[in-house]
Design a protein. Sequence first.
Length: 362
Amino acid sequence: MANSDVLVQRTIDSNLRYSLSKTKTKAELGTSLTPIVQLCLSGTRDITDLEDALGDLLKVLERDSPLVCWITYLISEANKEDGSLYQAEKLALESLSSREKVYGEESTEVIVCLDLLYNILLQLQEYERASNHFIRSTQIKITHGFALFSTVVEDALEFCRGLKAGKQYTLGVKVMMQLKQLISAGNNTQDDSRDVASAKIYSTLAELLGTEGQYSQQVVVYEELLSLYKNSKHNFDSKEIISAHESIIQTYGKLQRYSFTRPHIDSLIKMVLKTAGVRSNESIQVFKIVGTTLLNQADEDSSSRLCDRIDGVRYLLCSMLIKKELDGMIDDFEEKVGSNKKRSLREIVEEVLYNNKPLTKN
């Protein structure tokens, strides 16, 4: 017997107890169901054929039966591809309701239908409802180990792109926060990618928080990300750790909480010198970020104001010198720097290092 014949027979067997007629024999029911199962297996997307088959099916099987769940799902999928989104949503909800009764509310069959439903709702711009179905699907996957963390996160990032396309940043934050908690509490012992998955979630969450201007929460997430990088058994790249330090420094700068930047500045410089060396593009980037941050701090009224200005100038000059050695180019010395952008780097250097005496042009 061919594999397709075996599958047809198994499908018929699984639907026998849902027959509307208690007097029909297995052979008689099989005669009615076989062409419908074969149509479902054919991969057709012809809505008329599928709807006709559903009509025939409802004459012999209960609505809450596996085969009705299947064909209703296929019609929903076909309507989605055809652009008939409201009809697709209606049929997906019907299939979902039946699947919950037939297979249970936390089954893989329910997950498949939830995934279809949230994608339909995304296209309908029903973002809140789409998010509810997405989170429910994800929770079932993680709780019962139906999917690897890496797969869950890739689905989440794709879903988040849909939210960002609709400028639903606040909702994106809510979804990522829920997903962060689900992954943290997940009991999938067969998957060793939890930390990698968490890192992607933290990064996306931090980005969304920044878009929303929620810098206090954003810096907390960046701190959690940095801690994950440092304490994980997974061997994260040093560039990722450097990037986390940079993000923390820049975010504390936006919050004007400059006293928190110094420990990260020290750690960041030590790390980039150890991993990339002095004469590297990485050190140019780090010195520029650090120097700019310190000059911004120097514009604030604090006891470290003079030290911040001197160190800021020193690091910016280092970045410029290294860039000249590597590329033969130098940044614009007249570029306005500091939080108020009123003075050029040249003017600050003249003030700090040369006691207001002008630098020579050469």
